[in-house]
Design a protein. Structure first.
Length: 247
């Protein structure tokens, strides 16, 4: 009986582990086969792939791929590729076509995405996606995206669903933002050279859950020029208690 009980416990633990959401890292890369001596075109994508809980994992993986498609493309709209390798093939294919037509003008294309799971609790799964794109011009564009999921369902959580009252949180965040960047309360939010649309404070597009608090991250061009770079504001979970729904 004791032996049977021990085996039953081990079986239960094994089943529990099998049903736990896990991730493996996958990397994809592609280079042009056209002659190149320097600044050769290359695209690399590294992503976390969810496993073990089929429906949940499938939802997360589809969203991650959809966002990568929004970033890596050339032309008026994203490629129709169904997988990562196809997406990379399409990007390099665009370069090869442009280079063949304009051999002296087209050079040095690059695309890079590095995505990682950076925060995972019972209620929040946060994937940080760093990206860089260059398809000509004075400089490339780099940015960071945040994908936030419910780890129980795999569904993407919109930013506004993170807070009890978005307007109250926005007012609180503006006070903290002004204090950090030394913008007087009585002056316009753009008084020190920022570029908030309509001269009104807005919340960022990206939030990152960290062990020490919630990071509000404004990518380059979101509220400041390329020269000024990204802006960020870290708020502790203690001061966020009246506002934050999930953690």
């Amino acid at each position: 009986m004791k032996k049977f009980f021990t085996l039953a416990i081990l079986a239960l633990l094994f089943t529990s582990c099998k049903n736990e959401l896990t991730f493996k890292e996958e990397r994809f890369e592609k280079k042009s086969t056209l002659p190149c001596k320097e600044n050769c075109p290359e695209v690399t994508v590294t992503v976390p792939v969810a496993e073990n809980v089929p429906i949940v994992a499938d939802s997360i993986n589809k969203k991650v791929f959809a966002v990568v498609k929004e970033i890596i493309y050339f032309g008026e709209k994203p490629y129709t590729s169904k997988d990562y390798q196809g997406l990379l093939d399409s990007f390099i294919g665009s370069y090869d076509e442009m280079k063949t037509k304009n051999p002296k003008e087209i050079f040095g294309w690059e695309a890079k995405i590095d995505a990682k799971v950076t925060y995972h609790t019972d209620s929040i799964l946060n994937i940080r996606m760093e990206n860089y794109m260059f398809t000509g011009g004075a400089h490339g564009y780099s940015g960071i995206r945040s994908l936030i999921f419910d780890p129980k369902t795999g569904k993407n959580i919109p930013n506004e669903y993170l807070f009890r009252d978005l307007n109250k949180f926005k007012a609180f965040a503006e006070t903290k933002f002004r204090a950090k960047y030394k913008i007087p309360t009585e002056q316009n939010i753009n008084a020190t050279g920022l570029m908030f649309e309509s001269d009104r404070f807005e919340l960022p597009m990206s939030y990152f859950f960290q062990e020490n608090g919630l990071l509000l991250y404004y990518n380059t061009y979101e509220v400041a020029s390329y020269v000024d770079g990204p802006k960020e504001l870290l708020l502790s979970y203690e001061e966020l208690k009246p506002y934050l729904l999930l953690k």
